[in-house]
Every structure is written in structure tokens, then in C-alpha cells.
Design a protein around this ligand. Structure first.
Ligand code: ADP
Length: 214
């Protein structure tokens, strides 16, 4: 049955690791088809916008242009991937969505929160996740993990946000916690400082009872 789950948190909190583990578990246990995707990106056109957004050479990108690029990528991703999958009754797991824009461009870059909300409505056509997992961890822990991952990976170094100050990431983390406090029915906050398996179990135990049956 259609269900839309998003993963949120600062860089290196473990979102992509946990989204992959949960995706495999839900596929095996529910018999439902699971679509795992991510933002920015998730489809070829949005992936091109991702390359612009995450390239550290683009440090001249102004906050408003950054915000509009996220909105453009999201509009394409929602129309091309997320809405069709939900219409087919699939479970969609998305690594970052509109809350990331509120946390990063709103709380991190101090852009107007009402403008961000209006753009989110426009880009998604009002689509809101059924459930959002916020993996919370201190910025020092997240950035250390994210830089280790980037240094070990081959290909493009997607590190424009990792290069921001710890203060920026602290503002983003606080923004996420505020969003979770304001939307308690939609958010589950999970401690992201524990080991991968322990975190996966906590997520599994929190998510599975909430997936609608049939
Ligand atoms: P995110 O998607 O939130 O940026 P990742 O899932 O890519 O984070 O994790 C960043 C790096 O940290 C990866 O190399 C991953 O293997 C590692 N990692 C993820 N979760 C944990 C954890 N709970 N403990 C230690 N390392 C982790």
C-alpha cells in the first residue's frame, strides 16, 4: 500500500546507509514494492541539477539560486518518480525531501521560511511524507563520517555542504529538531550516534508498525 517515508538529518548522520537497510527489509517483509530514491536527484534531469548543487567549485552559488535549483530538481523528481510510484501503491523511501530545504536553506542560510514553504508546495503539489525519520547526531560526528566517505569514494567529490562551518551544520541540526518538535505525528527522531545495526533496529521497530496493511 502506498506509503511515503523520508530520511533527514545532517551530513553523515547515516541517512543513505539506513535508507538502504530499511528498503531491503521492507521489500522482504511487506511483499510491497519499495522504491528507494534521494534528493537532490532521483532521476536524470534532477541528477544534473544535483551535480551543480553539490560541486564545491560552485561556491559562488547565491542562497536564492540554490533554493530555486532545489525546487526545480524536486518538481521533476516528484512528477517523474515519487507520484507515479505512490500511484502504483509502492512504498517510497526518499533520502532527503522538503524538510532538508527548510533546515539547510531556511535555518542554515536564513532564507525566509514562508518563501521556502510556498516553494515546497509549488514543487511537490502539496505532497507531504507520511513519515519522516530524523537521524540526529552532533555535527562533529556527522561531518567526520561524511568526509571519510567522500575521501574513500571515487568520482565527483560532492562536498559543497561538507565544507560549510560546524556552526552552519549546528544551525541545520537545530532546524531539523525544531521541525520534528512542530510535527510530532509525522517525525520519528532516532539517535544517529549508535552503531549501524543498532540504529537500523531502532528504525525498523519504529517504522514497521506504522506501515498500513493491505
Ligand atoms: P548520510 O547519507 O547521512 O550523509 P551515510 O549513510 O552516507 O550518511 O554515512 C556516512 C558515512 O558514515 C558512510 O561511510 C557510512 O558507512 C558511515 N556510517 C553510517 N552510519 C554509521 C554509524 N551509525 N556509525 C558509524 N559509521 C556510520
Amino acid at each position: 500500500m502506498a506509503y511515503f517515508i523520508t530520511f533527514e538529518g545532517i551530513e553523515g548522520c547515516g541517512k543513505s546507509t539506513q535508507a538502504e537497510i530499511l528498503s531491503r527489509a521492507l521489500q522482504a517483509e511487506t511483499g510491497c514494492q519499495v522504491v528507494a530514491t534521494r534528493e537532490p536527484g532521483g532521476c536524470p534531469i534532477a541528477n544534473k541539477i544535483r551535480a551543480i548543487l553539490l560541486d564545491a567549485d560552485n561556491n559562488a552559488l547565491v542562497p536564492l539560486a540554490e533554493l530555486l535549483l532545489y525546487a526545480a530538481a524536486r518538481a521533476q523528481h516528484v512528477a517523474e518518480v515519487i507520484r507515479p510510484a505512490l500511484a502504483e501503491g509502492k512504498i517510497v523511501l526518499c533520502d532527503r525531501f522538503t524538510d532538508a530545504t527548510t533546515a539547510y536553506q531556511g535555518h542554515g542560510r536564513s532564507l525566509d521560511l514562508a518563501l521556502i514553504e510556498n516553494l515546497a508546495q509549488l514543487a511537490t503539489g502539496g505532497l507531504t511524507p507520511d513519515l519522516t525519520i530524523l537521524l540526529d547526531c552532533p555535527e562533529e560526528v556527522g561531518i567526520k563520517r561524511a568526509m571519510a566517505r567522500i575521501n574513500a569514494a571515487s568520482g565527483a567529490r560532492e562536498e559543497r555542504f561538507e565544507q560549510e562551518s560546524l556552526r552552519f551544520h549546528q544551525a541545520v541540526r537545530k532546524g531539523y529538531l525544531k521541525l520534528a518538535a512542530e510535527n510530532p505525528a509525522r517525525f520519528i527522531v532516532i539517535d544517529g550516534t549508535r552503531g549501524i545495526q543498532e540504529t537500523a533496529e531502532a528504525i525498523h521497530n519504529a517504522v514497521v508498525p506504522r506501515i498500513p496493511q493491505g
